[in-house]
Design a protein around this ligand. Structure first.
Ligand code: HEM
Length: 265
């Protein structure tokens, strides 16, 4: 379904404020098909090409180490202090983007998929991000905002799932833990496509297909970046222990993201 042109991205809702979550969805590669998709995808891949992967990994390790240093032996919730913040901060730094509030990116991410979360706070957060990017509402600004939004929950989930696996079963190389997590406990479980013949929206099970980054024209362009960031974070979490073993996940059918991950160094 992901590579068959008879299955496309379902249409997104019309309306909403001039600048808001619906505006964002209507201007990004993720929710576009055909020529619009090709053009917008090129904007994202050219921005992502600016990042040096080894630099991203190093930066992610440094930011994580600073959070753990700051905790000075007290428990740290890795989800709120690291997994939801560090990927955004290091992408912004490595890609030379204007500084943004990671919290605003998270609010947009919650409502990015139509029907997934409240639109009003997301509208406000989109306006904040557009302002941070200089106020223009062209596709290139939407592409940069969307890149951070796409990275947000998916990378938080990968960091959380991989950190849990590493801390429950220590002494394995971080690269192995990340690769195994992507196959055994991937953060993005499913996506949707519109079947041209029946006009119905169908769910595509990414976890069961062993395609953690999808496939076809919409395949994740941030794969190598996400792996570099997650590996860097894990390097700095090595040597910590779980303060409590928690099995709660954020409520979501499409994502598997630990709700909390308390660790102590
Ligand atoms: C640096 C972090 C990341 C960035 C910048 C990023 C960026 C993106 C972008 C821009 C798209 C839309 C591409 C398009 O429609 O042409 C996308 C799609 C996707 N991403 Fe990522 N992503 C990141 C992390 C992740 C992670 C960690 C996962 C899961 C392991 C993931 C899984 C996916 C999947 C499955 C899709 C395709 C959805 C579909 O075909 O319906 N991404 N990503």
């Amino acid at each position: 379904m992901l590579t068959d042109p008879a299955f496309t991205i379902p249409p997104v809702p019309t309306g909403g404020p001039a600048v808001g979550i619906r505006w964002l969805r209507r201007h990004v590669a993720r929710f576009a098909n055909g020529a619009d998709h090709d053009r917008r995808r090129l904007q994202v891949t050219s921005v992502l090409a600016e990042a040096d992967l080894a630099g991203l990994r190093r930066l992610a390790a440094e930011h994580t180490r600073a959070v753990l240093d700051d905790a000075d032996g007290r428990p740290v919730d890795l989800m709120t202090r690291v997994a939801r913040v560090v990927p955004i901060d290091v992408l912004v730094a490595a890609l030379g983007l204007p500084s943004v509030r990671a919290g605003a990116v998270a609010v947009v991410a919650k409502a990015y998929q139509p029907g997934s979360g409240p639109e009003k706070p997301a509208d406000e957060a989109v306006r904040e991000l557009v302002e941070a990017f200089g106020g223009s509402t062209d596709e290139s600004v939407a592409a940069k905002i969307a890149l951070l939004v796409q990275a947000c929950d998916a990378t938080a989930g990968l960091v959380g799932n991989a950190a849990l696996a590493m801390l429950r079963n220590t002494n394995r190389p971080v690269e192995t833990v990340v690769a195994e997590t992507l196959q055994q406990n991937p953060p993005v479980r499913m996506t949707r496509r519109l079947a041209a013949d029946t006009g119905t929206v169908v769910a595509v099970d990414l976890a069961a297909s062993g395609l953690p980054f999808g496939a076809g024209p919409h395949q994740c362009p941030g794969r190598d970046h996400a792996i570099a960031i997650t590996t860097g974070i894990l390097e700095s979490v090595q040597g910590c222990r779980l303060a409590e073993d928690n099995n709660d996940y954020e409520p979501s059918a499409a994502l598997r993201v630990p709700a909390k991950l308390a660790v102590v160094r």
